[in-house]
Design a protein around this ligand. Structure first.
Ligand code: ZN
Length: 457
């Protein structure tokens, strides 16, 4: 299968960060085979040609930390602090206890929103409550695969009865569940990977973290977690361990180059140094951090120390859109309201985090994150609207002015999953109608959680 995209402006993100004008791009099956002017005339055996004159091709964007389930709670808990939001939104989710079919609908809707915003890879941190069935994991996998996206299923495990949200559970049964989920995902499809995701060190015992680390090593898996989302988390860790959380994690052997941590807001300098020394990856989620009033991480300092940083939309339930354009813009704006100029991020930093940084976080930078011959054909074609006109500085405008409206066609693994704004893979209207049909039951669960809180002594 050969497709040629003709006469495009290509933002390669190759080592010299070239932007190539009037170039053609040849896709052969799932790979980028060639980038050069005038490819069409060399090859008689082209199956499809797309004229891209005046259009821009960028690498597929990567949301390196997301929770697709959050889709159904949009608009709820918008007055809450982090702690209230965490407890309330988990209570509603638990109360609804969605069926595998419902999970499929919710996750599929999230994937559609990602595709429409030019995202081609999503890390879905999927919280499994104790006693969950493997069918729910299978539903999430099917939603990602059917939508056409590339994904990493990061099964989130929480052993503690935290904030009275989770039932007390046997950590061993959770690890068995993770083992089963890892086996289910392995070999399902080359577009889908698996990571082990203990919810957050502050919600897990040392022994559980060590067991997760061992399981990840046995199965050669990456690990994903949340860290230092709030000031309270950081202070609590210090009072429990007598040292900062990351220093403690180093002590118990939890840090390694296949670990990524979302947020990392309240870190001390020695913790940032430890992350750098151990090649731990970080995911910055500025929209969520702002919405929940969490704080402002020292991203510039992390980049200067050589830490790989990606961007995440986190959960729609935390007030965000499943879009990396939104995160790139906020990543530039957020530090400027708090830090001095030396800690500001520039649009080029944010764009790199949105593609190459994310590829490093999901441990796939050998094949994703840039437009280079031999890499996977995960590509986004933009038909410039006013946001990109006049094109004075393409990267700046992509980061600060574009919101995804210009995204016209999206390729994942060489396949057009959206073509000229039409989703090619699943029935978008049907998925949205199904999602809307949950409104009454969501409203009942929401009221129930509110009432229970009101009657709590
Ligand atoms: Zn999260």
């Amino acid at each position: 299968m050969r497709t040629v995209l003709r006469h495009a402006t290509i933002v390669t993100m190759n080592p010299s960060r070239e932007i190539k004008e009037e170039h053609d791009l040849l896709i052969e099956n799932d790979r980028i085979a060639k980038i050069a002017p005038g490819i069409t005339s060399d090859h008689a055996d082209i199956d499809t040609t797309l004229e891209c004159r005046g259009k821009i091709i960028i690498p597929g964007l990567i949301s390196a930390h997301s929770h697709l389930t959050g889709m159904f709670q949009r608009g709820l808990w918008d007055e809450n602090t982090f702690e209230e939001w965490f407890s309330n939104s988990n209570a509603v989710e638990k109360r609804l206890n969605f069926s595998p079919e419902d999970i499929y609908t919710i996750h599929c809707a999230g994937c559609i929103e990602f595709i429409r915003h030019g995202v081609t890879t999503v890390l879905n941190m999927f919280t499994v409550s104790p006693g969950s069935k493997l069918e729910k994991v299978a539903s999430s996998c099917n939603a990602i695969l059917d939508s056409g996206l590339r994904g990493i299923l990061a099964v989130s495990l929480t052993p503690n009865d935290n904030a009275n949200v989770f039932e007390p559970a046997n950590p061993a049964s959770l690890l068995d569940f993770a083992r089963g989920a890892a086996k289910h995902v392995a070999g399902l499809n080359s577009r889908l990977g698996f990571m082990l995701a203990p919810s957050a060190p502050q919600r897990c015992s040392d022994q559980f973290l060590i067991s997760c680390g061992k399981l990840a090593a046995d199965f050669d898996l990456g690990m994903h977690t949340h860290l230092a989302e709030t000031k309270l988390h950081a202070e609590t860790a210090r009072s429990i361990y007598g040292e900062p959380m990351v220093t403690h994690l180093k002590r118990i052997g939890f840090l390694n180059s296949k670990l990524a941590m979302a947020h990392c807001i309240w870190l001390e300098d020695e913790e940032i140094d430890l992350l750098a020394e151990n090649d731990v990856k970080v995911v910055h989620n500025p929209a969520c951090n702002m919405k929940l009033g969490d704080g402002v991480p020292q991203v510039k300092k992390m980049l200067q120390k050589g830490i790989s940083v990606g961007l995440g939309s986190d959960s729609a339930n935390a007030g965000t859109v499943y879009s990396v354009f939104e995160q790139m813009k906020l990543a530039v704006l957020l530090p400027r309201v708090t830090w001095d100029r030396e800690n500001w991020l520039l649009p080029a930093d944010a764009f790199e985090m949105g593609c190459l940084g994310g590829a490093k976080v999901v441990l796939q930078d050998e094949r994703l994150g840039s437009i280079e011959e031999g890499k996977k054909a995960d590509l986004v074609i933009l038909n410039p609207s006013t946001s990109l006109s006049p094109m004075n500085n393409l990267i700046s405008q992509l980061v600060l002015c574009e919101n995804g409206n210009s995204v016209e066609t999206v390729f994942v693994d060489g396949r057009a999953v959206m073509l000229e704004k039409q989703i090619q893979t699943v029935d978008e209207a049907k998925i949205i109608a199904q999602l809307s049909s949950f409104r009454t039951s969501i409203s009942e669960a929401y009221k129930d959680v509110l009432e229970k809180k009101a009657t709590k002594p």
